[in-house]
Design a protein around this ligand. Sequence first.
Ligand code: GLA
Length: 715
Amino acid sequence: MTAEFLTLHSRHSTVVLECPPGEAPLWRYWGPRLPDGSTPGQALRGTRPLPSFMLDFDQPLTVLPTFGVGWFGQSALLAHRAGRDFAQAITQCTVEWTTPGSALVLRLTDAVAQLRFDVSMALDAATDVLTLQTSLTNLGDADIDVQWLAAGTLPLPGDAATVRSYAGQHNHEFLLQTDTLGRNQWRRENRRGRTSHDCFPGAVVTTPGSTEHTGLVFGAHLAWSGNHQQTIEWLHDGQYQWQMGEWLAPGEGRLGPGNSLHTPEIIATCSTEGLNGLAANFHAALRARMAWPGGEMRPRPVHLNTWEAFYFDLVPGDVMALADAAAKVGVERFVLDDGWFHRRHHDRAALGDWWPDADKFPHGLGPLVAHVNALGMEFGLWVEPEMVNPDSELFRTYPDWALQIAGRPLITARNQLVLDISRPEAAEYLFAKIDTLLAAHPIRYLKWDHNRDLTTAALAGGMGSAGYRAQVQAVYALMARLRAAHPAVEIESCSGGGGRIDFGILRYTHRVWGSDCIDAMSRVQIQHGFGQFFPPEILGSHIGTAPAHTTGRSQSLAFRAAVALTGHLGVELDVRHLDETTLTALSVWIVCYKNWRDQLHHGRVWRGEAADGLVWQAHGDAQDLLLFVYRCQPTSHRYTPPLRLPMLDATARYQVEQLVPIAGEGAVQSPAPFFTALQDGGVALDGAWLAQAGLPMPRATAETCFIVRLKKVLP
Ligand code: GLA
């Protein structure tokens, strides 16, 4: 039995679909690159004898498996028209290649249920990233209620072993959760109205024997900043299907005649180079999507953020003095956090009233911005546009702008409510307020916060239907409008730390605040998880105080700096009160960051965990690598095993040099000649040896970092 196949290739992966007439295309393959021209040869149904007591017509996994006419697994669509049309099946498929060989749109029709689906699929040649997106159009003459529409359905091989997803909470983001795949359905859902701390919209699936560096792994991420759902389900032919999409609140998927529902995109990829290969693909994909002012990323400027220095107690003289001190240590962008606007003296009032507090800033923000600029720094400002405190001018004037359900109490979180910014007048108000600030002052950066989950999210002043989806679309639109009006302004996505980190918000933003927890020990774990999907240059990563405000733990300045400077570096402490020695040390770390940021932020990133509790990451390429080895716990080995660096060129020699003394309190426990030589010009070592046998590790105290550069020696 011959068949028609659709093949998409990238450098290292291939997708193959089979197109039987009058159906949705069948999934035949998503995995490592097949040679050009390689096809399954045979139609799938011709190769699978029917099992006993099954339907007489075999129904394999398609790109859009639908419920009711023979597919018994998770459906890509759950929908009905007042109870009818609950079963759907594709009756016609037209293929439109948008880029021959790598991108297409499948136009699928269900002539009975009167539905059209446009499934877009693109496999990016350079990054190996497969994007999927689905649109559903109601061709009938009555409303259809959609409960679930998968953004895409992906196949996973039957030997898929574990799924690594990320849980967490405020101050504890990117907490790895590893589950074994089996015949139970694996499912994660988020209904908090924002990307959330608890349930990252993405996961990684491993196959047996895969490691950080080797083996076949799959990853997918939903580019969406609201509710979401993903499911991995075992199928009777031994493979798995993986669906991902927006979790729709009841009523949100109601489509009138002629109307369409567009899902967010799935960003998926597979790699035979283990978790680090997967990370490299995600990083490259995000880098290609980022919309930087001027079209290109500038070196990421060192921030000082005022939050932990002052909290709400902003006194202009103190803020200016902090700016003076910040400029002296090398800060390049000064960000005025919460507390600057009308009657904002604590977290119980004022959100919504986006003009400077007249007591704190009697002449507005102008003098402070000018002062910061005169010191050679850019000025940045904190806002939380989507929120309103009941105690605010805005709420007193427009109480019905807050998301609410008529007859139900207002549910506050951090004393605040969420504005229904899908209301044009609310969006207009926010645009006007922020636009006024940006037009009046050379503000180059907004820290855009979102500090609560959504509840009672009904539209139309509490009388309407659920508005979770509308809220996300509205914030994207508001950000896009502000960016168009002020193209030089960068935006940071913050949400009580890392509650809104995803490829969706990153279409409009340029940095994310990874966590309110700046404790360097916690940050090692957070940035390790973050790095699976996102490149380091967008991670706000600050040198905080000791003890850390959120954990009470103390670490040396050197360790705090060594952890922070692999991301987009900032300082979040009151530098006015540091002693001379600490100030000098801080300035030296900032100089290190400025010298290294090009390499830290442009190359590949390899991450790993090694024997004796070491966590490491390396930035660059096989020519020149910056390696950070974090020792978070005391050694449990008499001799720490060497660290293998498989990304190095086995045919080359490397000059290995320790760039700074071991960063941390107490640091080296016992010296050895090799480590003295590393600091004294370095040592030339064989790439194959370093890759297979490893780099010797120093003996150091806990909470220290060993930083070396490995540079290929020219033959
Ligand atoms: C959130 C942010 C913090 C800070 C405060 C201000 O918690 O994550 O960094 O901006 O809001 O209220």
